[in-house]
Design a protein around this ligand. Structure first.
Ligand code: SAH
Ligand code: SF4
Ligand code: F3S
Length: 489
């Protein structure tokens, strides 16, 4: 069943010692390389070497980036660094960046601008940049040319080299750029400091092979590579032992899980194996509609600990635009899949992502998107204006739609999606929903947490609760983005 026999080799957090710059040609390549699974071990000479130093880490991207930051934090802690919440107090400021839209890119450069001033006053301040922007050659060129005060840059494929890169930046006192464009082998055993002791992210597949024409992720995260199922199951067993209540299986397209590794083992099989374990809540994201099989839908519907919540990005309702986007489905086939999920998974909430203003999108295309939204009545939706990403095919398309028109379309779209968020939430009034408690909201003196369908619930309670408790809440009032209720058990 296993296509490739992978064995563990030990890998240390060592850098190669010479400069590596990103290159999109290499990042695009998808050959028939096989991947090994390597085991990370911290080089003992680095342990606690920087025990008196403080770090500030800022994360700009998606859940994958957040999870990378959990590894980065743990690596920095092993070096002896201590985390601080204000970058003004830090000896090291590290930006874990995102390239998905221009907005994210501008935010990181804005922060670099502030750091430049700070470094003028604080000469020993160490500044690093990592994450998806580090994989962009234009960004790295700009940093080498105009941001010489940045001490080190590393990419998404060599995060495990962080200890050595930082050490070299400090010892050699010159800019270190270590970015690999070709994805490397899978690295197991990286240390992790999780954001909460009750909810955990678990990577199941890295990279993306879909190459949607607008998207930069296949270039910044490389080819689809599944983690071995035994490594995933082991991590989940450890989380269960540690008292975790919820795991979220992560990937740019989790539905492609296993395709590159096994003849006959998919996300459906993995979800089923995890569901049979003693973990109260399982989530997964993101699902590309193209890879969603009937078996996966049945498994999601069958097990009560697989949460009835599916993120199913549609991007557009126009078949012409979907084709230009390279999404591999039509409005009709998407609606069919949507219906199947709704019919098979009891009480499921479906959310989506939508892009407006893709190059050449006409009013009639946009109306198709609105029509699809009217049909799907999503529980949640993330809506974006198309953003040109350098090196992607859509960047070269002529774009006649004005920004004004795109903004107007976004507003019209948001009005419709918001209407359905509220309408769906209203259906929960007077119902009892399970909630995983996260804490007490500062302003309202109410507890808050998330329902099985991933809705934010604020509620009052006549007894003291702990973060991580799973309780029953009766919903009293629905709002567009949250619901209010009271504890009933
Ligand atoms: N892998 C996920 C998406 C990850 S990116 C999937 O395919 O479902 C999250 C969302 O950002 C995408 O779904 C898309 O809606 C949006 N996005 C990606 N590239 C974009 C771009 N160039 N401009 C605007 N939005 C974009
Ligand atoms: Fe980007 Fe498409 Fe891959 Fe999602 S599936 S990460 S939108 S290329
Ligand atoms: Fe951004 Fe990279 Fe995630 S581009 S959305 S941080 S994969």
């Amino acid at each position: 069943m296993l296509k490739k026999i992978a064995k563990y080799d030990i890998i240390y957090g060592n850098g190669s010692g010479c400069m590596h710059l990103p290159d999109y040609k290499e990042a695009r390549s998808r050959d028939k390389r096989t991947y090994k699974t390597l085991k990370f071990e911290m080089n003992s000479s680095f342990k606690n070497k920087y025990a008196d130093k403080k770090f500030y880490l800022k994360t700009y991207g998606c859940q994958m980036n957040e999870h990378d930051s959990e590894n980065i934090e743990a690596l920095l802690c092993s070096l002896g660094f201590v985390k601080v919440d204000d970058y003004l107090d830090a000896d090291l400021v590290l930006l874990n960046t995102c390239s998905i839209r221009e907005n994210a890119h501008n935010k990181a450069f804005g922060m670099l601008g502030r750091l430049k001033h700070l470094k003028n006053e604080k000469k020993d301040l160490l500044i690093g940049l990592c994450g998806c922007m580090a994989q962009e050659s234009s960004v790295v060129e700009q940093i080498r040319r105009d941001y010489k005060f940045v001490d080190f840059v590393f990419g998404t494929h060599n995060l495990y080299q962080l200890p050595n890169i930082i050490d070299k930046a400090i010892e050699e006192n010159r800019q270190q750029i270590e970015v690999f464009s070709r994805e490397g082998d899978l690295v197991e055993g990286l240390p992790v400091v999780r954001a909460t002791p009750f909810k955990a992210y678990v990577n199941i597949i890295y990279g993306c092979d879909k190459f949607c024409t607008y998207c930069i992720v296949p270039y910044t995260r490389g080819r689809e590579r599944s983690r071995r199922k035994e490594d995933i199951l082991k991590e989940i067993d450890e989380l269960i032992k540690g008292g975790y209540k919820e795991v979220t299986l992560l990937g740019q397209n989790v539905n492609a899980y296993g395709k590159d590794l096994y003849e006959n083992y998919t996300l459906g099989n993995l979800l089923e194996e995890i569901a049979l374990k003693n973990i109260p809540r399982i989530r997964f994201m993101t699902s590309h509609p193209w890879d969603f099989t009937d078996n996966m839908i049945e498994v999601i519907g069958k097990y009560p600990n697989i949460m009835p919540s599916v993120h199913l990005p549609v991007q557009s309702g126009s078949n012409r635009i979907l084709k230009l986007m390279g999404r591999r489905y039509t409005k009709e086939s998407y609606l069919e899949l949507f219906k199947k999920i709704k019919e098979t998974v009891p009480g499921v909430a479906i959310s989506t992502d939508i892009i407006v203003g893709f190059p050449g999108e006409k009013e009639e295309d946009f109306l198709e998107t609105l029509d699809l939204v009217e049909k799907c009545k999503y529980d949640n939706a993330y809506t974006f204006i198309f953003s040109k990403r350098q090196g992607t095919p859509a960047c070269k398309l002529t774009d006649e739609v004005s920004l004004e028109e795109k903004e107007e379309r976004l507003q019209r779209l948001n009005a419709v999606v918001n209407k359905y968020f509220l309408e769906n939430n209203k259906k929960l009034e007077n119902k009892i929903v399970p909630v995983l408690v996260e804490g007490i909201s500062e302003k309202k003196e109410m507890y808050y947490g998330y329902s099985d369908t991933n809705k934010l619930i604020n509620f009052v309670s006549n007894k003291e609760l702990q973060a991580g408790d799973i309780v029953k809440v009766k919903i009293n009032a629905a709002k567009t983005w949250s619901l209010d209720g009271e504890l009933v058990g």
